[in-house]
Design a protein around this ligand. Structure first.
Ligand code: UGA
Length: 422
């Protein structure tokens, strides 16, 4: 089994570290945040991610997973060093590589000879070469091995991937990286580094395009009186199209799809290609926030000024506590900008985010509300007492931006209901 260092203990790094330990490797995970390191050393996982706590505990108990402060400390005897640090977005949409460069600068002198440095962060095309340059080590190979982990099912996705992509010009380094996925059954695609980096952006941009396509389609369904659920079912049986990732909603969000879509537009621009199709995808997504607000405004009687609006859901999707680039937060701020008095509840959000406070329970936010907006698809919302909800509201009106609730059942209880495209 291999000695692996993982640099960065956020969603991707922590999942990678815990899953490699599960596969039997010896993993040291490095983090620069001292508090996080102490938490992880005590076995506390600071994020909501299904199955991750158990794997971190298992790896630590069995001595295959350790947490240390600082990247250099993890690299001593590592045969593989996975870079899983953040690549935030600059104001112009391009990716900020300063974290990855800083990590490479730090580990460069600490790497043992013949080590393989693996880029798992989402990085612009050409970054494998940048890391090689910053490391300044002729005896070390840099390989791209992008991640395709969805928050909420990252552990499952790591251990049961659709594919493993490895980008390297060095076939033997690629084979060594492939061998780390011992016991994982998936097609392995070995490409040059630039293609592997492009695959990652292409995957996220295509997923974003599917969501914008279905949201635009939902707008058509609203206008012509069709039901988008049935339309998607009907087209999804075409195996060339498929059923996945075609749920209309309040727009795509999170730390990946919006950032990576904008980054690919930027990468294409730099390379001399105007990726207008993707610009359209981004524009439709922006429109979608406003479409949801318009639905709430209509339900409120044409104006939001002074209207109490209850919001269920603040995270960018269910089964995570992540609110980064959450459509829900965008919509809340647009509602507030029109004068609405918004009270929100999310089962996974405790402290205030972007000035929005999550109440302790879903009912209290409905008191006196003119409209209830469902913005995240938490399953719990489906099973609440809607007679109680209706009784608390000024007017029992629901805008279900996730098409989550049972429309006929709500209408039987006297609610006015509007979804997305149905
Ligand atoms: C995404 C990709 O799905 C992963 O494959 C990738 O590895 C990851 O980004 C990354 O680059 O790290 P994630 O950010 O966890 O994963 O979120 P998704 O599950 O892709 O959802 C993104 C957004 O699209 C959410 O706001 C979600 O609610 C929305 N969505 C998704 C829809 O509105 N409709 C759908 O049918 C699917």
């Amino acid at each position: 089994m291999a000695q692996i260092a993982v640099i960065g203990a956020s969603y991707v790094g922590l999942t990678t570290a815990a899953c490699f330990a599960r596969l039997g490797h010896h993993v040291v995970c490095a983090e620069i945040d001292e508090v996080k390191v102490s938490q992880l050393q005590r076995g506390e996982v600071p994020i909501v991610e299904a199955g991750l706590d158990a794997l971190v505990r298992e790896g630590s108990d069995e001595g295959r997973l350790r947490f240390v402060l600082g990247a250099a400390a993890a690299c001593d005897s590592a045969e593989f060093v996975y870079l899983c640090v953040q690549t935030p977005q600059r104001a112009d949409g391009s990716a900020d590589l300063s974290f990855i460069e800083a990590a490479a600068r730090e580990i460069g002198p600490a790497l043992s000879s013949e080590a393989v440095v693996v880029n798992k962060s989402t990085v612009p095309v050409g970054s494998t070469r940048v890391v090689e340059r910053v490391l300044g080590r002729d005896d070390v190979v840099v390989v791209s091995n992008p991640e395709f982990l969805r928050e909420g099912s990252a552990v499952h996705d790591f251990l049961n991937p659709d594919r493993i992509v490895i980008g390297s010009d060095d076939q033997s380094a690629a084979a060594r990286v492939a061998a780390l996925y011992i016991g994982v059954t998936a097609p392995i695609i070995v490409t040059d580094p630039a293609s592997a980096e492009t695959i990652k952006y292409a995957a996220n941009a295509f997923l974003a395009a599917k969501v914008s396509f279905v949201n635009a389609l939902a707008a058509v369904c609203d206008a012509v009186g069709a039901d988008v659920k049935d339309v998607v079912l009907g087209v999804g049986y075409d195996t060339r199209i498929g059923h996945e990732f075609l749920k209309p909603g309040p727009g795509f969000g999170g730390s990946c799809l919006p950032k990576d879509t904008r980054a690919l537009v930027h990468i294409a621009d730099d390379a001399g290609y105007a990726f207008d199709l993707l610009r359209g995808v981004i524009a439709v997504n922006e429109e979608q926030f406003h479409r949801v607000v318009a639905k709430v405004r209509d339900m409120a009687g044409g104006s939001l000024a002074g209207a109490k609006v209850a919001v269920w859901g603040l995270t960018f999707k269910a089964r995570t506590d992540d609110t980064r680039e959450s459509p829900a937060l965008r919509i809340v701020s647009l509602l507030a900008a029109e004068g609405a008095d918004v009270q929100a509840y999310d089962p996974a959000v405790k402290g205030p985010v972007d000035g929005v406070v999550s109440a302790n329970d879903p009912y209290s936010v409905c008191e006196g509300a003119r409209v209830l907006a469902v913005l995240t698809e938490w399953d719990d919302f489906r099973w609440l007492d809607f007679d109680k909800v209706g009784g608390l509201m000024e007017t029992p009106c629901v805008v279900d931006a996730r098409n989550l609730l049972d429309k006929p059942a709500l209408e039987r209880r006297g609610f006015r209901y509007v979804g997305i495209g149905r």
